[in-house]
Design a protein around this ligand. Structure first.
Ligand code: PLP
Length: 432
């Protein structure tokens, strides 16, 4: 592409993006297309001839935008709402132009050194101690997998060299995480060849936080049975409810048993930058590793995850294969219990709630089923308006709506509007 054309289309695309942000609220948040609708409009074999940039940009408007779910929309309240930002987009533009691969210092000193310096700034902003060094990975899933690989390397069983299969000299290795931990921990364990039975899920309390006594008992029981406990994953800000595991109590147990403590603070970690929220990382000064995702709450375009690790030597020593990783849908963790009207703490910008209009004379089981169906219908009804998008989880076996506020463009009026939409659906569906 000649430089003059590059300038022309570059300016046009930047104008297009500015316009997109200015008018994003006119678009439906959730893509309003049927499965296969976009595919049907695309050629099924590679076109013989290239197309002009004009035609390609027209296709972006005509085909691509309608098939997008707009994560940058201020009424995107699903999963964990995220935000790109102007400096983040410009950074992406420059990095695409430089297109460096920094596998060695010499292949891009700027990339390597800028990463080291900025991750140390972030460490200081979070109040983590200087024993922690940061690395950038693509996602928290990959960061956590590397942390568990480093933890396994620390047990000195020559797994990097000899693997695990066919070895009679190896005990069952065990990792512990709460039943509310993100599915990326399961995935990491599967990827590392530890096998799903290596992960023991610890029950949580009424606020969905890991029960440290149950953790200690599980470790002791496993040890009595010849199992080798080597790692605990605590979560600061779980995916379903943003609950915070009691890290100060968990780290004591890890130290007592000489186990690696990895903290998954993928979502909530950045909140610790604010002095009054610093307490959420209490105990993490004794953790071996901690992950947080600037692509969630620090206005950085996807993907950018940071792993802080105290044992760079082990991380280096561990055999770490970074797989092509597609993010899996959240695996909702279900706690059995009889209380269907769950009141949550709201530790961060995530609210879990559920409509529960009463019907006289109903049994508990019938009521639970009716309310699950009602809440699901309310959610689909709101999402179908295109005005807002929210998602759900299951808590105590009950369908619970989640409203995650995290977009830089979200103002109070967007939150008020989604509340109106929820109530409109409730009235429409239940007549009250
Ligand atoms: N950990 C927690 C607590 C999360 O909420 C998520 C995603 O929402 C992840 C890990 C996975 O993050 P990523 O998509 O960067 O792999």
């Amino acid at each position: 592409m000649p430089a003059a054309e590059f300038r022309r289309f570059g300016h046009e695309i930047v104008d297009w993006i500015a316009n997109y942000f200015e008018h994003i609220e006119d678009l439906p948040v959730l893509a309003q297309v049927e499965p296969g609708e976009l595919k049907a409009q695309l050629p099924s074999s590679p076109p013989e001839k290239g197309e002009s940039m004009e035609a390609i940009l027209a296709d972006v408007d005509r085909l691509i935008v309608p098939a997008l779910t707009h994560w940058s929309h201020p009424s995107f309240f699903a999963y964990f709402a995220t935000s790109t930002s102007a400096p983040g987009i410009f950074g992406e533009l420059l990095s695409a132009a430089f297109d460096v691969k920094s596998m060695l210092w010499r292949t891009s000193p700027a990339s390597t050194e800028l990463e080291e310096v900025t991750l140390d700034w972030l460490r200081q902003m979070l109040g983590l101690d200087s024993g922690m060094s940061g690395f950038i990975y693509d996602t928290a899933s990959v960061s956590s997998m590397h942390a568990i690989a480093a933890a396994r390397e620390g047990v000195e069983l020559r797994i990097r060299e000899e693997g695990m299969s066919g070895r009679k000299d190896l005990p069952l290795l065990r990792v512990y995480a709460s039943e509310q931990a993100h599915s990326s921990i399961d995935k990491g364990i599967i990827t590392l060849g530890l096998g799903q039975r290596a992960l023991r899920k610890i029950p949580t309390d009424s606020e969905f936080r890991m029960n440290p006594r149950a953790l200690a008992e599980a470790i002791e029981e496993d040890k009595r049975n010849g199992i080798l406990p080597f790692c605990v994953v605590a979560t600061v800000g779980t995916t379903s409810t943003s609950s915070v595991d009691p890290v100060p109590a968990i780290v004591e147990i890890c130290e007592q048993h000489t186990m690696w403590l990895h903290v998954d603070a993928a979502y909530a970690g950045p909140a610790a930058i604010v002095p009054e929220m610093r307490h959420i990382l209490a105990g993490c000064d004794r953790a071996d590793s901690l992950v947080l995702n600037p692509h969630k709450w620090l206005f950085t375009p996807f993907d950018l995850s940071v792993l802080y690790c105290r044992h760079m030597d082990l991380l280096r020593r561990a055999f770490s294969l970074v797989p092509e990783y597609l993010r899996t849908p959240e695996q909702d963790q279900v706690r059995s219990g009889s209380d269907y009207g769950v009141q949550l703490p709201v530790p961060f910008a995530l609210v879990c709630f559920r409509a529960r209009p009463a019907v006289a004379g109903e049994t508990e089981a019938v009521k639970a089923k009716r309310l699950d169906a009602l809440n699901e219908a309310i959610m689909h009804g709101v999402n179908a308006t295109g005005e807002a998008f929210l998602s759900h989880t299951k808590l105590n076996d009950r369908l619970t709506l989640r409203l995650s506020i995290g977009n830089i463009r979200t103002a109070e009026r967007h939150v008020r509007r989604v509340w109106e939409l929820l109530n409109e659906q409730l009235i429409k569906l239940s007549g009250r």
